[in-house]
Structure formats: C-alpha cells, structure tokens
Design a protein around this ligand. Structure first.
Ligand SMILES: *Cc1c(COP(=O)(O)O)cnc(C)c1O
Length: 395
C-alpha cells in the first residue's frame, strides 16, 4: 500500500505474511478464504477460461479442499475427486448431475434411506424413473436392464444395517453390457476398498471412517477426470461446498485412517466371534465370520471386513431396547466408523418407506440390532455386551 492509512483502513488490510518458498509448514494451512485474487485482470480472465491454474471463489475450489481431493482420489484408485458438504450431498448431486428427465435408474431396497428417498421422491418429481430391487437378486437386475434402457445403477456394499455383500464384479459387468453407469456408495467399505472393480463413480460419506472422530461432515465423488470435470461445473452452481475448516479436519482424520480401520476390524472380529458363542444371539451377521452367507465373496472383494455387526435379539423389540440402554460403552447413536462404539436398536432401524416385500428384502426385523465397533479395548467391549445381555433379560 502506498502512503499511510487510517486505523479503520489498516485493520481491513492487514500486512501480508508470506512464507519463503524454501520454508514450508509441515501441515498445510487452512485456506479460510472465500476469495482469491490476481494483481491483473488478464490473469483472472485466463483462470476463468480454464487457461491456467488457480483459485477465484471457494464455492468452486479452494486449496484446502484440493489437497483432500488429491488424497482421496489416490486412495480410491481413480484420477479425480470432488468433495462436498456431506455424504448425502455427494450421492444426491452426483445423481442429479448424471440424470436427465426420462432416464431410468436401477436401485436397491438395501440402500441408505435418504438415497432411496432422493430417488423415489425427488428424482421421480423431475421425471427420472426407477426400478427398486433386492441386491441379492441379480437375475432381476439383468431383467430390468434388458427391459429398460438405464442410465445409472446405484448400489452399496456392504449394505446397511444387515451387511449383505453386493457382487460388484457381476453388477458392473451387467451395467457395462447394457450401457448403464455404475454409482457405488462405498462408505461402509471405506476409501481403500473396491478400486479393482469397473465402477464408474464412487461416492462416500467422509463423515464416517474418514473423519473418524464424529466431529466433521463431508462427502466425496471419485471418478475419472472427465467425469469429475463435468460434475464440477454443475457442482459449483448447486453449491453444497465443503468448508475449508471441515476439509482440514477430514485431512487430519485420514492420517490415522488405516490405524483406526485396522483396530476397528480387529475389535469387530473379536466382538463377532464372542457374539457367536452367545445362545441369545440369532442371525449374527459379520462378513468376516465364516458363518456369514457371503463370507467368501467378502473375502474375495474386500481387503478387510469393516466395523459393523448386525444380529437379532429374540424376545421382541423391548429386549433389544433394554440391551441398548444397558450398554455403557456402546452409545445409542446414528452414524458409524467413529472411534467410539455405537449401537442402534430396532426401534431406530425400521424403514418407513417399504411394503411387505421390500421389508423382507431389507432383512430388518423387529429385533434387529446394529453395532458400530470403535477403537476401545475389545475385552472391555465384550464385557459390556455380556453385562447388557444379562440385564436385558434376553433368553
Ligand atoms: C451416512 C451415509 C450417507 C450420508 O452421509 P452424510 O455425511 O451423513 O450426509 C450416505 N451413504 C451411506 C452408506 C451412509 O452411511
């Protein structure tokens, strides 16, 4: 600035502190700035025309978000990533950007409820049709794809809460043969899984394993560069942008991602093996147990088996409710993949949008319980479960 200015001006234009190019911070700073500037208009124009790198407005891009996007794309084994304000935003904006009026979507009863609602209620309103199937019935998927030209097959694996494993190789092959794109919500498996498959678009809730600490929300769309370039232009106007502060927390969460994930899988296996010995537990589902109906498929397509466990506690919903309330280390809460262990009783798992057939596909009964296992000591978790089983009166 030339010349002296008054205090009101000085506080609005504080001195600029530049870090020398050979003197870098070990942890990248948070670029908590909405706006970026060039000294001349020509360079600003070149940026807006895509002729140079840089930043202009954080709704479109920001260096803190960029760092997270580069890390996530590499983890998921694809060229590019676009982060969003939440997992729901990633799923929904990807579908909105990829579909147009008259398109057909194949989706599944065993999917995250808000995703189903988006397809069944919101996309429907804009003239996007869908067929809702069970992830266990790939013959029905083939029939649907043969009968109706399809834009998108949207699916998850493992599914939530009962941990069915989607046969990703078969689904992607069917979709490819019939000219449909595949969109895999990979949240439950994590960003290090499933890269080897011919999936067109991965979406994630970063709120779960990536944040890991239950203190930041975010989402990601991960795909080849051309797909992300197309999406980014629309994303910038749809506006569900991740905040740089949250991006920083998510980037920090990633540093311990593998440590946490390994510990959670180890604990979940210990808890599942223990539950398998308890006579009160029915229909125990953990993909890492040999008794899981799709254990071999899970072993073939995942690097590990995750931290989620589901089972039934016979005796009616009240027994399961008492069990959940008697637990001291497992907190009654939504979400998953955090450091703390969590439980959802059947009262909080019931799908509200299903007919009888879809309810059967979902495999959620009036006594289904879902656990998300954290990083505590596994012996303490098992003792907590035994104490709560006794207190619940489970026969
Ligand atoms: C939690 C979750 C979402 C939504 O993510 P948010 O970050 O809560 O918006 C989407 N899909 C799956 C499978 C999830 O578990």
């Amino acid at each position: 600035m030339t010349g002296r200015v008054q205090p009101a001006t000085a506080v609005t234009h504080p001195p600029r502190v530049e870090v020398p190019a050979d003197n870098r911070p070990l942890v990248a700073p948070i670029y908590q700035s909405v706006k970026f500037t060039f000294d001349d208009v020509a360079e600003t124009k070149r940026l807006s025309q895509g002729e140079r790198d840089g930043y202009w407005y954080s709704r479109k891009s920001n260096p803190t978000l960029r760092q997270l996007e580069l890390t996530l794309a590499a983890l998921q084994g694809r060229e590019a990533c676009l982060v969003t304000a939440s997992g729901a935003a990633a799923v929904n904006l990807a579908m909105l950007a990829l579909c147009r009026q008259g398109d057909h979507v194949v989706c599944f009863a065993e999917m995250y409820q808000p995703t189903r609602t988006m397809i069944r209620r919101v996309l429907e309103r804009y003239g996007v049709r869908h067929t809702l199937l069970s992830i266990g019935d790939l013959d029905a998927v083939e029939r649907a794809l043969s009968a109706t030209p399809t834009r998108l097959v949207v699916f998850e694996s493992p599914t939530n809460p009962v941990l069915k494993i989607a046969d990703i190789g078969r689904i992607t092959a069917l979709a490819r043969r019939h000219g449909a794109l595949t969109l895999l919500d990979n949240t439950l498996a994590g960003v290090h899984n499933h890269a080897q498959f011919d999936v067109d678009i991965f979406v994630h809730s970063l709120t779960k394993y990536v944040s890991g600490h239950g203190d930041a929300m975010g989402g990601a769309i991960i795909a080849d560069q051309a797909v992300i370039d197309d999406l980014r232009a629309e994303m910038a106007i749809l506006g569900a942008t991740l905040d740089p502060q949250a991006a920083f927390l998510l980037q920090r969460g990633l540093k311990t991602y593998f440590l946490r994930y390994e510990r959670q899988c180890h604990n979940a296996m210990a808890v599942a093996r223990h539950l398998a010995t308890r006579p009160q537990i029915r229909d125990l589902r953990y993909p890492g147990l040999e008794s899981h109906p799709q254990h071999e498929l899970a072993r073939a397509q995942q690097r590990d088996f995750g931290s989620m466990i589901a089972f039934d506690l016979p005796g009616g919903p009240d027994v399961a409710k008492r069990f959940a309330e008697a637990l001291e280390l497992f907190t009654i809460s939504s979400s998953l993949g955090s450091t703390e262990s969590l439980i959802l009783p059947p009262q909080l798992l019931q799908p509200r949008d299903f007919d009888a057939r879809q309810r059967a596909w979902s495999a959620i009964t009036e006594s289904t319980v879902r656990l998300s296992v954290g990083i505590e000591d596994s012996g303490d978790l098992i003792a907590d479960i035994d104490r709560a089983l006794a207190a619940s009166g489970a026969a």
